[in-house]
Design a protein. Sequence first.
Lengths: 218, 852
Amino acid sequence: MLELLNINKGYADGRQVLSNLSYTLGAGEYVAIMGDSGVGKSTLLNLIAGLDTPDAGEILMDDIAISSLDDDAATRLRREKFGFIFQAFHVLPHLTLSQNIALPLLLNSLSIESVEQMLVAVGLQGRSHHFPSQLSGGELQRVAIARALIHRPQLVLADEPTGNLDPDTAHEVLMLMRTEIKENGASGIIVTHSKAAAATADQVLVLTKDGLHPAVTN
Amino acid sequence: MNRSQIFRWLLFGEWRAHLLQATVAIIAIALGVALGYSIHLINTAAYNEFSAATKSLTGQSDLHVRGTQAMFDEHLYPTLMARDGVALANPVLELDVVVLEKQAERSDNKLKVLGIDLFRAIEISPDLIGIPAEGKPLDGLSDDAIFLSPAAMEWLQVKQDESLQLRAGTQTINLRVAGGLVRARAGQRIAVMDIGTVQWRFQHLGLLSRIELKLAEGINHNAFKTKLAQELGEFYQVTESADQETRVNNMSRAYRVNLNMLALVALFTGAFLVFSTRALSVIRRRHQFALLRVLGLTRWQLMRQILSESAVLGVVGSLLGLIIGYITASFALQLFGGDLGTGFFAGIKPVLVFSLPTATVFFLLGLGVTLLGSAVPAWEAANAKTAPALKSGSEEMALKKLAKPWPALLCLGLAGLFVLLPPLFGLPVFGYLAIALLLIGGIALMPYFSTLFFSAALTAISKRISNVIPALTLARLANASNQASIALGGVLASFSLMVAMAIMVTSFRESVDDWLGQVLPADIYVRLAASGDQGGFQLPQQNAIAAIPGVGRQDFSRFFELTLDPGRPNITIIARPIDMTDPRNTLPIIGETVAPALLSDDVVPIWVSEAMVDLYDYTVGKQVSLPLGAAGNDAQSFIVAGVWRDYGRQFGAIQMQLSDYQSLTGDLNINTAALWLQTGITAEQIKTTLNNLSFGDALEITQSSEIRALSLEIFDRSFAVTYLLEAVAVVIGLLGVAASFSAQTLARAKEFGMLRHIGMMRRQIFQILAAEGGLLTVLGVVLGFVIGWSISLILVFIVNPQSFHWTMQLYLPWGWLVIVALVMVASAALTALIAGRHAVSGNVIRTVREDW
């Protein structure tokens, strides 16, 4: 489903973060990517999402070369096939919970009937008219998960989704995320520093300057 | 459908959270549109009514024959009546006559009296035929009958068969109101009498003002007009209705255009405010827009979202502005009249007319200005790189492009180029463009100067700073100056314009005051209340005035109007004693002159006002001819010996020696006597003596100090609307400060929360906010003063001379400027503080935890 072919990416200051990185993610797979700070984990997610372009190499999503798409086409691909979860929840403060969750549906011209169902799925039933300021951090991340999955994307990208949460809430959110990704038949990539978080994935990969490698398990 | 739902959610969500900013933007647009629209409505109503009223006096004639002077000999009438191609000739004598009862009200005591030939006028100007009382069908020919329009009857408080006393020179004429002019326009104050009666009773025997011609069918109007004009020579003008309209248009065009431009200033200031509120709103929502991009909103969709939000503000503000503008215009017309007290359109009653195309233009102007103010922020947001925009701290990056000085320098360079260009269609179009560019360029430089100034200040004092307040204040201003500078955009625009207008008005007022001192050197001025163009004082009366004891010196002057171009308003000829050893002792001369000693005896010198140079190219040293004296004589040749400043007559005036005028024309009448009192004699004594003369009750006696005070009062009244527009621009600017600082401090709630976490007191945060607001406004005021001063130079030295054809000296109202600057700084600091209270009063834990 997702193929990374010899990806290279450096920054304007000359720092090279990704060199000849190749990887293939199959449909329904859920992997965690770990690695040192600054190694390029978030950059890799941005490249996959078409938010940034590689200096060399190709990223194929269902055989579509993302880097060859113009901005509008990349945006449409992202809109339809991707779901995002961030460390800083990024929930629009002036919209209600149901409005926040419905955004991807509206952008894809889909019915918003499934929003209530999704709220129930993430444990926020009866709170559709609440505003983000009325929610705790864990609840906000549930909203973000609901928003990432509501339009049934093929791939969910999560960047340190539990970085702002306490361990108990983090575990709860991670399990919810896994369950929902699996139930929706999506694939998932989670970037994290947390071993506990990584452990909820099917496979744990480590990103180094040499590329992506399976983590050594003890 | 679904996308429109997103639009609504985002729009109402934003409005719910930041209602103040949205309201301020709407008010700014509404005020700007309202001012522009109301001024336009008032001007159009007054101009249309004035034009229609003027046209109604000339009926359905094809051509009008006028003298270059106000009146001409009636011998021309039978000649024209008998001319081939003329179907009908209608003689008219038109006078502005003083009403005895109103004599004391000097600025509004005249009634327009038309003398007509009833049998001719009935075919060419039927609207001017009076309706006599029943049983008196021949009243139209009676030698004591006068017919009044309804507005004149109302003004004079008279009814049919009541008597009316009018002035004719030193005599009083008793007349009987014989009936009404039912077809006169609403508000038009006119009277009609038999032409023979007017000639006889008002001492204008054998004189006419114009002859209206109806041409026979099949006659080529243009060919007839050209041939007749050639035959009649320089002493006559042959015109048609279009010339009359051009003339009426030229009379008030500069005034109307300048007033409209002033009104647009408020809208322009509103545009800066919309820009600053929208820019800050977009910056505050930068993360949100980045998220929407991540979720799949395309660049174009995001830009459309932001512009649509602005368009909603523009639509609401513009509609509100149209309603307020219409109501304001309606009240202003009732309270101040069509000329807002300036006297341009006296004696008419304009009616407000709603015109959909005009309303649409102002609506689109308001909407356009709003979209223009939002275009740059929308473009920046749509083109921002999504991944970096999601991270906090990227806000200042968004504005880096605005800190580049070259677009601003380009604007300033273009402004410099435009001030060198001449007027377009007689209007200072490039002058106004230069002002707009100067304002845009100057304001665009604010972020650059802000960074430069505060970085230097921070570097200079960084080693000596021991207090956290100045350290944080300066660090913020030096490193995040773009947002703050944008916040000041609206106030900078309004302060600059206020400075410019204040300098221009002060320069004008001081120049007028100086000029009045020069042109009113005598102690007392005497004229006949009803002298008109014919001159009131004949030789016996002049001798009587000259013989008054206690008068050390008297100068007699002759004033009258002359038409040089039928498409332009009349110029004024002033014949008076001029000091030939040095004309500067008599006239407010500017620039070089031809010394009288260098002139040969066969050349008659004249001194022209600045308008004559601009409008008729009467440059110093040029030989010109003027149609003076009786028709049939040759036009007289003169040499322009100098140019003088005249703030009294914007359409041109010429001064010459009274003795030259009298020897050339044989006209010994005069209009005005200027009297210098002997030491120890009071003005009151002389006034009493003058009033005791046999014609004393017909005199208007005025001390020069009274004329000066009255002139300055009229000046202030004329500029009252300017002060109002300035005040509105300042209010819009201050609203902008409130909205912008409020938006900024709310956006910084997290920063303040963090500062509170690490131990900063609330009052310390207030101190930072007040210091930031104050320091930034000080810089804004300094820059605003420089921009405003530059604009004032354009107004004083480009716009005024090109519009009104007079120059002035530059005066700066320092005291007033300092007071306004202090008020601005204090208001901005206070506004920043009040806005900050809200941000700091929130839950500090919450603000830090919130992800934006």
